[in-house]
Design a protein around this ligand. Structure first.
Ligand SMILES: Cc1ncc(COP(=O)(O)O)c(C=O)c1O
Length: 398
């Protein structure tokens, strides 16, 4: 079969380049300590930043939601699948995350990938100039491609370059699109400058707070709240399968923007609504995030972040200057990064290697993802293993 042979050849090429991905199977709930492929492991791979994914209150809320609303939604939001649980969650989200705009409203999506496709394609189309940060998440890149807008990519977080590109662009509609916390680097976009530029040039500013929501800002309201920004040009996407510990995503913006998405965003309209029980559990998660327990978890996470930054400086690799729960360690070559991942795995630690195309060529890295579920002892284990591996590399180089 020639078609199969072609794919097999492609897979062999991925192997040769050190780019083949392998899935691990987890037998236990997402937590700091898990059983992965049958082995006891400390995980630094999840985005469960507050350690809520296995929280008993969320497990109970999911079960309660299933009792009340059943297992499935039965339809798309516009055709019979929009339940009271979805409606309530949207009210909760608008209130919690919508402080940056008057008349805020929220729209709940099954995934962040869909939310990003939806918002970019609904607000930018043929004739729009779309300005995208070079390190944006794949879902924003795919949304930009799908939109058929004129896409212009500005160098990562470079506001001088973006300003010059906006000045040089014509009078037509414009939108700027960026991650808030960059998913593979952990740094935070210059949101204040971005709002200034958006307002000056009458451009939408679409921000994807997947890695900030729940972690940053007062009560975990996100990166926009942390920067204390307000603007009717801002459209915020947040995801609910990371710090919120459940699943799904949302867009918060001025009510007219949301109504436009309901009418026009194809990834919202043409898909079955997620199970209402999931939305019910997310509402419970918002209460945890906003309350004292959320504050305590964020405080613990920030102590872990500080400690990790100090720890990574002691290795022979290059830490990225990140103040968030995403702590990358750039190794460079794919094979060296995979070797480091394997060495840590032998020590019972799971820290995923991230390779192109997820990150630029030559910047393969370990992505250490911290969670409030980790203890100081877990970090000590990671620190000791990294020290050992670093010493071995330096020994080998002599
Ligand atoms: C920055 C960013 N945006 C969007 C997504 C997609 O969100 P979801 O996993 O809910 O589809 C992710 C990761 O999954 C992400 O890292």
């Amino acid at each position: 079969m020639q078609l199969i042979d072609t794919l097999e050849q492609g897979l062999r090429e991925l192997d040769a380049l050190g780019l083949r991905r392998r899935r691990r199977t987890i037998d236990t709930p997402c937590d700091a300590h898990m059983q992965v492929d049958g082995r006891e492991t400390i995980g630094f791979a999840s985005n469960d930043y507050l350690g809520l994914a296995a929280h008993p209150q969320l497990v109970a809320a999911l079960a309660d939601g299933a009792q009340r609303y059943g297992a499935g939604s039965g339809g798309s939001h516009l055709l019979g699948g929009h339940s009271r649980a979805h409606a309530q969650l949207e009210e909760d989200l608008a209130e919690f995350a919508g402080g940056f705009v008057d008349n805020a409203r929220a729209l709940y999506f099954s995934t962040g990938y869909m939310a990003n496709l939806a918002v970019v394609t609904a607000l930018a189309g043929r004739g729009t100039t779309l300005f995208c940060d070079a390190l944006n998440h794949a879902s924003l890149i795919d949304g930009a491609r799908l939109s058929r807008a004129d896409v212009q990519i500005y160098p990562h977080a470079d506001m001088e370059a973006l300003s010059a590109m906006l000045e040089a662009s014509g009078p037509g509609p414009k939108a700027i699109v960026t991650d808030t916390v960059f998913s593979m680097d952990g740094d935070v976009a210059p949101l204040g400058r971005l709002v200034e530029l958006a307002e000056r040039h009458e451009a939408w500013l679409i921000v994807d707070d997947a890695h900030g929501f729940g972690v940053l800002g007062p009560q975990g309201r996100g990166a926009v709240a942390e920067a204390a920004l307000r603007s009717p040009y801002l459209v915020m996407v947040g995801t609910l399968g990371k710090a919120a510990g459940v699943a799904g995503a949302f867009v918060v913006a001025h009510t007219t923007v949301i109504e436009w998405l309901v009418q026009r965003a194809r990834p919202y309209i043409f898909t079955t609504a997620s199970a209402p029980a999931v939305a019910h559990a997310v509402s419970a998660s918002l209460r945890l995030i906003a309350g004292d327990e959320g504050d305590a978890r964020r405080a613990h996470l920030h102590r872990l972040i500080k400690r990790t930054r100090a720890m990574l400086k002691e290795t022979c690799w290059l830490p990225v200057d990140s103040q968030t729960a995403v702590q990358p360690l750039v190794v460079g070559a794919n094979d060296a990064t995979l070797a480091l991942q394997a060495a840590l795995e032998r020590d019972g630690l799971w820290v995923p290697a991230i390779r192109p195309p997820t990150v630029p060529e030559g910047t393969s890295r370990l992505r250490i993802s911290l969670s409030a579920a980790h203890s100081q002892a877990d970090l000590d284990r990671l620190g000791a293993a990294l020290q050992r591996a670093s010493a071995e590399v330096q020994e080998g180089a002599r």
